[in-house]
Design a protein around this ligand. Structure first.
Ligand code: OAD
Length: 247
């Protein structure tokens, strides 16, 4: 397969940049084998709609079902590895004075690849917290399928994930928008740009005069507005971009 074309002007913009922001969605993990958020659920979970399960109401109604769904997703994610796209972003961070990585993903693959100080807008599936006090709990016992109890208050434990209808972590969202306002170049990679407020981050960068680049095999609502749209897979485009940047 021929290498994707990276516009020469984009390489020049990256070389001149003082601050680069990268904003990722489920698509960056697709080549690691993690189904994107909207991909069909498989196996016994096929009959469930993720939008039905990833809510506080679903957990209230049936904590065991929701807990088991996340245990199933965690198990699948424990068997996958970062792909060339994740690794290329670690290299990109070394090519610029300031680099901010913002992700909507909860799989932890950016950190596993070596990215530092990742801003996780929607939490992390590997982190567990008390459903009542919201404090992160490091050591917990998985007894039967039902959610373990908080060692401090006895309430259910739950995944430290932002569910539909829940607010995003305040620090994460304000740091993400601050970086978008200050950066010279922002990459929007592997996101359908549908879910707010995250989907407004690239627009914030555009409004502050940044060069915005979208990397996605498919067009999205953002495509019309970006400076550069590179249609293709992140795991192929990003390593090519790094090769051209460091040639
Ligand atoms: P989606 O599943 O909505 O979109 C994934 C995007 O990745 C699509 O636009 C695909 O075209 C693209 N894609 C697929 N394979 C790719 C590849 N190899 N390289 C690059 N792009 C690829 O996932 P998100 O946009 O991340 O929120 O969804 C955003 C949020 O919606 C999720 O974080 C979740 C959901 O509501 C919460 O859970 C709070």
């Amino acid at each position: 397969m021929s290498s994707p074309t990276i516009p020469h002007q984009l390489i020049e913009k990256i070389k001149q940049a003082q601050h680069i922001v990268v904003f990722t969605g489920a698509g960056i993990s697709a080549e690691s084998g993690v189904p994107t958020f909207r991909d069909a659920q498989t196996g016994l979970w096929a009959k469930y709609d993720p939008l039905e399960l990833a809510t506080p109401e679903a957990f209230q109604r049936d904590p065991k079902l929701v807990w088991e769904w996340y245990a199933w997703r965690r198990e699948k994610i424990n068997h996958v590895k970062p792909n060339a796209g994740h690794l290329a972003l670690v290299e990109l961070a070394q090519q610029v004075p300031q680099f901010t990585l913002i992700t909507q993903n909860v799989d932890g693959l950016h950190q596993q690849a070596g990215s530092q100080n990742v801003i996780e807008l929607h939490g992390n599936i590997h982190r567990i917290k008390c459903a009542n006090k919201q404090n992160v709990v490091e050591n917990w016992q998985q007894l039967d399928g039902s959610p373990p109890e908080c060692p401090l208050c006895g309430d259910h434990l739950r995944p430290d994930i932002v569910w539909f209808g829940e607010a995003l972590p305040v620090d994460a969202i304000s740091n993400a928008f601050a970086a978008a306002e200050q950066c010279d170049v922002l990459f929007s990679i592997g996101t359908s740009s549908l879910v707010q407020p995250a989907a407004s981050i690239p627009l914030e960068a555009l409004q502050h005069g940044a060069t915005v680049v979208e990397i996605n095999p498919n067009p999205t609502p953002l495509t019309e507005q970006v400076t550069f749209s590179i249609l293709g897979q992140a795991g192929q485009i990003l390593p090519t971009l790094i090769r051209q940047l460091t040639a």
